[in-house]
Write a protein that binds this ligand. Structure first.
Ligand SMILES: Nc1ncnc2c1ncn2[C@@H]1O[C@H](COP(=O)(O)OP(=O)(O)OP(=O)(O)O)[C@@H](O)[C@H]1O
Length: 262
């Protein structure tokens, strides 16, 4: 479990202090305007930045104290598909996720863990990519290319819980900082992610561009603004976010005339 204790990052980029914890099996959305600090927060959770105040703990121990090989088995930071991976077959790319988290494969003299094919199929199914396993990443449309990147991370932290080459079998954490998608694509993706979070007891944290969609699909939503976590929203308070994100309707001449009438 990841816990934030008065965590803050001073300087630029910055994050104001706050406390919370990420629960296994939950889908947490992060919303907010451009420059709000969403990527900064994801970067902190991924261990790319170290907090300048407070701490982030993985199972009670500061994140940076865990060996990187162990962190690779627990936490995966998913970013937009890089051009450098465009020639990779989707199936191989997804399998790479598991290989990256298996530090002991070479010690056992095996070229790959026996559970690799099943893990790859599990991850492809979770992201609805069964029919695209033999295509190249660069041939996929942006939605499926992002799904392939997520499938690779799923393979890394969750799809092979009984792999003999992994040291530990604790709950995984997926941190998604992807390119914005069209509303219905994002909603579909979030629905699949929610199913995966339940099935694999994964904690998934996703930067989300469509706030209404996120509220419908996520267990919780953190609303960020100016480097601060302003609110911790549940779907039950959907109207609160709407009030924040929908600008007031411009006043019509009729309204103005009404308002100025003494
Ligand atoms: N490497 C950097 N150097 C200087 N300033 C940075 C750097 N990275 C981020 N910032 C600044 O820190 C603040 C938070 O940025 P961050 O990328 O976390 O926001 P965001 O909510 O993810 O924005 P967006 O939705 O545009 O991706 C912004 O004001 C940004 O300009």
């Amino acid at each position: 479990m990841l816990s934030l204790f008065n965590t803050a990052l001073e300087g630029t980029p910055c994050l104001m202090p706050f406390n919370d914890r990420l629960v296994p099996g939950e889908l947490l959305g992060i919303c907010g305007p451009h420059g709000a600090g969403k990527s900064t927060l994801i970067g902190l959770l991924a261990g790319l930045y170290r907090p300048t105040r407070g701490s982030i703990c993985l199972d009670g121990q500061p994140l940076h104290c865990w060996p990187s090989s162990y962190r690779a088995q627990r936490i995966s930071h998913v970013v937009a598909p890089p051009q450098s991976l465009a020639d990779w077959r989707v199936r191989d790319l997804v399998g790479l996720g598991l290989l990256e988290s298996c530090s002991r494969v070479t010690q056992h003299g095996a070229s790959s863990p026996p559970c690799l094919p099943l893990a790859v199929e599990t991850a492809l199914n979770a992201l609805d990519l069964q029919a695209m396993g033999d295509q190249r990443l660069g041939e996929l449309d942006p939605e499926n290319a992002q799904r392939a990147m997520i499938a690779r991370s799923l393979c890394q932290v969750a799809a092979a819980p009984h792999c003999p080459f992994r040291q530990r079998r604790d709950n995984g954490i997926l941190l998604l900082d992807l390119e914005p998608l069209a509303a219905e694509q994002e909603q579909r993706l979030l629905a699949d992610l929610r199913t995966a979070s339940r099935r694999h007891r994964l904690c998934i944290v996703a930067v989300i561009s469509q706030c209404d969609a996120s509220l419908a699909c996520c267990d919780r939503v953190w609303w960020m603004d100016a480097g601060a976590r302003c609110t911790n929203l549940t779907p039950a308070v959907r109207h609160v976010l709407k009030v924040q994100v929908i600008p007031p309707e411009p006043q019509t001449p009729h309204h103005k005339a009404t308002n100025t009438t003494p």
